[in-house]
Design a protein around this ligand. Structure first.
Ligand SMILES: *[C@@H]1O[C@H](CO)[C@@H](O)[C@H](O)[C@H]1NC(C)=O
Ligand SMILES: *[C@@H]1O[C@H](CO)[C@@H](O)[C@H](O)[C@H]1NC(C)=O
Ligand SMILES: *[C@@H]1O[C@H](CO)[C@@H](O)[C@H](O)[C@H]1NC(C)=O
Length: 441
């Protein structure tokens, strides 16, 4: 332990000498919170890596606070880690805080100023690296907030679980299965907070709706010919796929115009051509072309209507073309944001107490929270990071230390209110705080 502290101080001193941090930054640099985040960013958790060093790190964090940490590994190298912070009244429903262990790939060669897993602090007092926004920092904000509450002897009436999954970069089947398991049922979760995006202003974003995600595979068949022969374009596979593309593009332009008039992700459908592989040889026109489109549906279009529209493009494209769905993640419910929902009221009070305004928004993507809500548990996405541009999964992903540390205080206030909601404030059935999403009707 003493050795650890010595090493920590040594790193810290070297680091402080090395960077040209402004004097106002110096005070953040050697704080244990920042060092813990840096250590965690240093552990690569891309899906090609063994995640056990990250799990061991999390276990050490739990041990330092005397908190029970349980690891489930239903599939190899897909750990699901649960921290249990016990509440005084275990008969009350609990609060779940969701975040991810795994991160997207990042290569220095893609143009990073600093190595992407270095956790370097730059001259603007920002910590650099993959995971600083998505979503290692959120896991540690949950941890730091709960540590502070318990270290300061603040009451938690309800048990709070941190649930860290490793399904961010892969299909979320494991998480979906977990939320239907007996283990999860026994946790008696009444409400959850999951991932979100940072806010560029001094305004907290609370995400209550999760779009339906749909990845479409399009297969076009046609005449295979020599590339030295000029066939009617519609008799070729690529010609058929191109006709389909033109209908898609027309629709996309419409949605793009809508997006310019709106700042809510739920108002328009996001659809993108994401590519395909079809080269056979330079002198052959391929007989079969496969391409993929990824869509996040607007809230005013139902899933069935969307599929009908896409099939319409296919039949209008003529020729031999098939449509199939590759990924389908439906946002079935969303969480009420009015005074009938005591969890929402508790958050509202926490933000009022901090004197920070907040806004309810739709999430641009699906996440584990989508499945939590689909399992009947009301939840919001909340990444309590303000005055920070959205750089989730970008090159030079980074996070201002000041915003990170302020986020811990925001999380502390939020958890304190949620975990101390009296038993008579919430009913037995959390589903009453949910509404059925339009896209599911
Ligand atoms: C919390 O309670 C423990 C045990 O009663 C006590 O030793 C400690 O000083 C308290 N801490 C704070 C910050 O009040
Ligand atoms: C190919 O099909 C499209 C869409 O049906 C049509 O607009 C176009 O005129 C056709 N081109 C040829 C060369 O037949
Ligand atoms: C479409 O192409 C596939 C592959 O060549 C073929 O098996 C199928 O019979 C074709 N369908 C039609 C309606 O032509």
């Amino acid at each position: 332990m003493l050795k650890d502290i010595k090493i920590l101080l040594w790193f810290c001193v070297v680091h402080v000498l090395y960077i040209k941090a402004s004097p106002s930054c110096q005070k953040y640099l050697c704080t244990p919170e920042v060092e813990r985040l840096r250590d965690y960013i240093n552990i690569r958790t891309t899906k090609d890596r063994n995640l056990s060093p990250a799990v061991d790190y999390l276990k050490r964090l739990g041990a330092a606070q005397g908190v029970e940490v349980t690891v489930f590994e239903n599939k190899p190298n897909k750990p699901l880690v649960i921290f249990k912070w016990p509440g005084q009244d275990p008969t009350l429903s609990s609060i779940a805080l969701l975040s991810y262990i795994d991160v997207n790939f990042a290569c220095y060669e893609d143009g990073w100023t600093y190595p992407p897993f270095s956790g370097q602090i730059n001259d603007n007092c920002e910590i650099e690296g993959r995971g600083t926004q998505s979503q290692k920092s959120l896991s540690l904000q949950h941890y730091e907030a709960l540590s502070r509450l318990t270290n300061n002897n603040k009451t938690l009436l309800r048990t709070v679980y941190m649930i860290l999954t490793s399904d961010q970069t892969t299909p979320r089947d494991d998480v979906e299965v977990f939320f239907k398991s007996k283990t999860f049922e026994d946790m008696n979760v009444g409400f959850g907070l999951g991932v979100g995006g940072p806010s560029p202003q001094r305004e907290i974003y609370l995400y209550n709706k999760f779009n339906t995600k749909y990845v479409i595979r399009v297969d076009c068949y046609g005449q295979s010919t020599s590339s030295a022969f000029l066939a009617n374009i519609n008799s070729t596979a690529l010609g058929v796929c191109e006709n389909f593309y033109n209908y898609y593009n027309e629709y996309r332009n419409e949605q793009y115009r809508l997006s310019l008039r709106s700042n809510d992700f739920g108002d328009y459908t996001v659809i993108n051509f994401v590519g395909g592989k079809n080269l056979v040889e330079y002198n052959v026109v391929p007989a079969h072309v496969t391409v993929y489109y990824s869509a996040y549906l607007a809230f005013d279009i139902s899933f069935d209507d969307f599929v009908k529209m896409v099939r319409g493009w296919a039949s209008a494209a003529g020729g031999n073309i098939t449509i199939s769905s590759v990924v389908k993640e439906k946002g079935i419910y969303y969480t009420k944001t009015d005074n009938s929902n005591p969890y929402y009221v508790a958050l509202q009070e926490a933000f009022d107490e901090l004197d920070i305004s907040f806004r309810v928004r739709a999430s641009a993507t699906t996440s584990d929270t989508t499945y939590l809500v689909n399992a009947g548990v009301p939840a919001f996405g909340l990444f309590p990071v303000l005055n920070t541009p959205l750089l989730v999964n970008s090159v030079n992903e980074r996070l201002p230390l000041r915003s990170y540390l302020e986020g811990i205080r925001i999380m502390e206030a939020a958890i304190s209110r949620l975990a101390n909601l009296a038993g008579d404030k919430t009913g037995n059935d959390p589903r009453k705080y949910l509404l059925v999403s339009q896209s599911h009707k």
